[in-house]
Write a protein that binds this ligand. Sequence first.
Ligand SMILES: NC(=O)c1ccc[n+]([C@@H]2O[C@H](COP(=O)([O-])OP(=O)(O)OC[C@H]3O[C@@H](n4cnc5c(N)ncnc54)[C@H](OP(=O)(O)O)[C@@H]3O)[C@@H](O)[C@H]2O)c1
Length: 267
Amino acid sequence: MKLGIIGFGHLASAFTEGVLKSDYLNSEQIMITSLTDKTKEDALQKFGIASYSTNSELATNSDYIIISVKPHLYADIINEIKDSIKPNTIILSFMAGTKLSQLEELLPENSKLARVMPNIAMAVRESLTTICPNSALTEPEISEISHLFNAVGKVITTTEENLEKISAVSSSGLGFVGYLLNAFEMASLDLGLPEKYKELISTQTFLGAVKTVQETDISSKQLSDKVATKGGSTIEGLYVLMDHKVDENIVKAVNASFNKLSQLSKK
Ligand SMILES: NC(=O)c1ccc[n+]([C@@H]2O[C@H](COP(=O)([O-])OP(=O)(O)OC[C@H]3O[C@@H](n4cnc5c(N)ncnc54)[C@H](OP(=O)(O)O)[C@@H]3O)[C@@H](O)[C@H]2O)c1
């Protein structure tokens, strides 16, 4: 497989880091383009990945093309590559809010295309990646795309509507969890604990909770109930979270991200 990545920012670089760690692809199978030479030099130095000088050259030489530029550039990029894409090339768009129909409108008829919404945890092979294939992709091709992203985490293949919803919970959610981890670090410091422990305390607490829910039959709600025994210390803290409706506010935060994504899609 020859995979070309157009745009090598945060997300594409996280994908590359993860997929190379997984051994699913090697650095000779990936080529990139970017706007500046600095990004190309960094890709070569960090990952041993070479670059093309133009997006159309990349398109001519790739079996898979990942488009990972900012969404407002989608039409420019497609217009640049559309005459260079080989008939069976599979195009994967990371661009948030850019609909399959917007891309299909500009691409040659029957182009093989999927929207793919991962998150930057691809770098540590723990992304949740949502895939929405178009109707030109065959089942074996969809399965091959899933395998590619299984190399960097877990995969859900679903409708475009669900993809946008999952993106609000999971891609934006990664940022929300970062915010919560930081709050746990602040709590450690507030109790006067040494600075050097704060990250281990917060991350291991989250990891322990996640693995308990993932690997046992204890649900998230049961975990909360199990730790918060009546008359104990945890319940006192939970009352504070409940008073501030932290759960409802997280639902509101996800909705705010989803609404913004919907507005961007309409532009
Ligand atoms: N970041 C996330 O967590 C996340 C999550 C889900 C989806 N997304 C989507 O993923 C896409 C990329 O996001 P990002 O955060 O990685 O963006 P980013 O860090 O800003 O990277 C954008 C990349 O596009 C390159 N570029 C700009 N114009 C180009 C052109 N004409 N030809 C080739 N490359 C060009 C830039 O090159 P230079 O480096 O040389 O400037 C840069 O490497 C966006 O559409 C975003 O909606 C991001």
